[in-house]
Design a protein around this ligand. Structure first.
Ligand code: FES
Length: 103
């Protein structure tokens, strides 16, 4: 999955959710660093993202299959304009059950 940044400082999660179909990245806590369901591997463009805070580092360590490229997509922000970021969503992290929209 390629996440193209629309605005510098946009979290990867927000950028990804702005595309169709929405909600491909799970985000149980809504982006407040209280879960690790938004865990992604950044396979390209890692040098263009913000540094992880201690809170993010502590939380991402609770995700499964953590790699050196692991980030919480709700926290990792792009710091450079016009760059390509390639994210991989761990298969076990995908939300396979979707709630029907509420009217
Ligand atoms: Fe929960 Fe990112 S959505 S930590």
């Amino acid at each position: 999955r390629t996440c193209r940044t629309l605005d510098v400082c946009t979290p990867l999660l927000e950028d990804a959710l702005g595309e169709e179909p929405h909600g491909e990245i799970e985000h149980t806590c809504g982006g407040v660093t209280a879960c690790s369901t938004c865990h992604v591997w950044i396979n390209k463009g890692m040098e263009n993202r913000s540094e992880a805070t201690d809170a993010e580092g502590d939380r991402v360590d609770q995700a499964r299959d953590v790699k050196i490229t692991s980030r919480l997509s709700c926290q990792a922000r792009i710091e450079t304009d016009n760059v390509e970021i390639v994210c991989e969503i761990p298969a076990w992290n995908r939300n396979l059950v979707k709630e029907a929209p509420h009217d």
